[in-house]
Design a protein around this ligand. Structure first.
Ligand SMILES: Nc1ncnc2c1ncn2[C@@H]1O[C@H](COP(=O)(O)OP(=O)(O)OP(=O)(O)O)[C@@H](O)[C@H]1O
Length: 306
């Protein structure tokens, strides 16, 4: 735990590839009860996840693990504590799935394969199959079994259900919800965070534009982008929630990056809004942060209330 009570913390982190930053000055804590990272394709979710896994070094700022800079943490211990769950396509197509799971276990614990398969709701007899001989949902369960092999404290799940149909998706989400490990969940589907994450952060163009308790965010978005995301996909399993037809509009390079797509933009939005506490002590505003000059107006919009 860091002194702020989080498992992992990004502190004013800027991340990029080569010299090009794609995530800008993000501060974010992974606390208990599940944390969601939401945003459309290209918003920087996977890039942040890679930094939290120690796979990408920040251009500036720090990733902290238990009050220690991740750069200085023993990576062998860290890999036992923090495990990624990526999409099932990452499984080796030639390898029997039992062996895939066995490879994630310490050598003297390989007898635990049937137990792990059962833990994720799979018949241990499926261990002899190759990935293409399983359904999409079964493959995703194998990926989760692999991650659980080392009894991690935290799972970092990148779109764990986006390739699955709605009913299978719901069953995998139930499985994830029942696991003991904490979770950082990356998704473009707001319905998924509603089910699994106590806290959520909305990313737009590599910046956190809104944060807070997920239930409050969904009930009363304070950023026009969160509002567009919520209203684009009201239920589990729908299309990716982008403001349809406008996602191709490039973010602004100066001022508020969402301005070119924002139905509420005003002259003031030429100035970049800082992430700030949502003022007042009204219901649903505790722990809420937003980067929008017009957040209070967004909250007053009848369409923002649900
Ligand atoms: N290896 C890379 N080299 C250069 N640029 C990259 C690389 N990986 C990602 N990017 C760029 O970084 C930005 C953020 O990408 P990232 O994959 O983090 O977004 P994302 O929100 O996870 O998107 P998606 O939901 O499509 O996975 C994008 O503009 C992307 O083109």
């Amino acid at each position: 735990m860091t002194s702020s009570g989080s498992l992992l913390r990004a502190e004013r982190v800027t991340l990029g590839y080569g010299r090009t930053p794609v995530v800008h000055d993000v501060t974010l804590d992974i606390t208990g009860g599940g944390v969601g990272l939401i945003g459309e394709s290209g918003s920087g979710k996977t890039t942040l996840a890679r930094a939290f896994l120690g796979l990408l070094t920040p251009m500036s700022g720090n990733i902290l693990y238990g009050d220690q800079n991740l750069k200085k943490v023993d990576m062998r211990r860290f890999r036992g504590d923090v495990q990624p769950v990526f999409q099932a396509e990452a499984l080796d197509p030639r390898m029997r799935v039992g062996r895939s799971v066995a490879e994630a276990l310490p050598r003297d614990a390989r007898h635990r394969v049937p137990e792990l398969l059962e833990q994720v709701g799979l018949d241990p007899a499926l261990a002899s199959r190759r990935p293409h001989q399983l359904s999409g949902g079964q493959r995703q369960r194998v990926v989760i079994a692999r991650a659980l092999a080392v009894n991690p404290k935290l799972l970092i799940l990148d779109e764990p259900t986006s390739a699955l149909d709605v009913t299978v998706q719901a069953r995998i989400l139930d499985l994830i919800a029942g696991l003991a490990a904490e979770r950082l969940l990356i998704t473009h589907n707001l319905a998924v965070v509603g089910k699994l994450c106590r806290t959520s952060h909305v990313l737009f163009a590599g910046r956190v534009v809104e944060s807070g308790p997920t239930a409050d965010l969904l009930a009363r978005p304070a950023h026009p982008y969160t509002l567009a995301l919520r209203d684009a996909v009201p239920k589990l399993g729908g299309e990716p929630p982008v403001a349809r037809g406008r996602a191709e509009v490039r973010p602004a390079e100066t001022g508020c990056p969402f301005r070119p797509r924002c139905p509420m933009a005003v002259t003031e939005c030429d100035r970049a809004p800082a992430l700030r506490d949502l003022g007042g002590h009204q219901e649903g505003q505790d722990g809420r942060r937003v980067a929008c000059h017009r957040a209070e107006d967004v909250l007053r919009e009848p369409s923002a209330r649900r």
